[in-house]
Design a protein around this ligand. Sequence first.
Ligand SMILES: [Zn+2]
Length: 352
Amino acid sequence: MTSVPCHYYDGRTSARREAGLTITPDGILIVAIDGIESRHLYQMTEVRIPNRIANTPRHLLLPDGALCEVRDNDGLDAMRDRAEGQPPSRARRFERLLHRLDSTWRGAAAALAVTAAILYSFTEWGAPAVATGVVAITPPEAEAVIGDNLLAMLPLFGVLDSSELQSSRQDELRAVAEAMGRETGIEDLDLQFFSAPGLGPNAFALPGNTVVLTDELVALAEHDEEILAVLAHEVGHVAGRHVMRGLAQTSSMLIIWTAFTGDASVAALSILGPDQLLAQRYSRTFERQADQFAIEYLLRNDIPPTRLGDILQRLEEAHADSGVPNWLASHPGTEERRRDARDAADGIRDGS
Ligand SMILES: [Zn+2]
């Protein structure tokens, strides 16, 4: 029986010894070291043979901690095929396909294209589908706990301070928010106020039914209906459970990117860029849904939808020179959204 040459390392010393490998038809791997004077026998099922990557040497891990370095990949594979008999197992066929792809630049390019296509498809359709599933099985109580924890953490980062808004003013806006929640099927809408000098005028929704408004946003509004418009937009995020969806999408992306790149830190950097996390970027779809929700609410309550456009414009001006992540950074496409709000208002004037 022919053997395949290899370098043998016993796993205890760095000494390298010349050896030969043979696989018997009954699945025994024989390592003959320095000729035939020393032979080691192993069950093939206990030997770990890594997948072949082009023509780089493979290191066979033996159950006693020893290692064989094999350069003759073709010889090793032919011997395995003979020992395993025909037809080759599914795993072996797959391994061969991978090797063929690895061996040519066309194959490598095709594999890269397939990888890119899978990642793109997952980003585009897979992650949202996963998010829908995750949101469906996450009980509201669990979501509320996540939201409460986030809310407790934000002041620790120095992002939020206690609100300096008069309590009567807070109560007034809370009453409006509660009414909005009741009208839109969110019974326990929780409106929280914070002062955020570093962040400026801002509003965001948290998992659970919590919406945060900054004192600066309340001060920026020239009309209470503008605050209502922002509030309605955020309640739109609550109603669509967008924050949980966003978290589920990002997490599933992280898992799939890590699986493909083999490196969680690279994957994390590409998906969770620091400013992305800070700004809580929602997808454009979520933004459109939240705007639509707000516009419908405003229309139902005889409030001109232009209020949303007005406060958007003022927010844009307020944040124009500050480099901090702001409401607009997490809410892109201001111009387009102002136009939508204007069109909705025109629609009422035209009687449509
Ligand atoms: Zn939004």
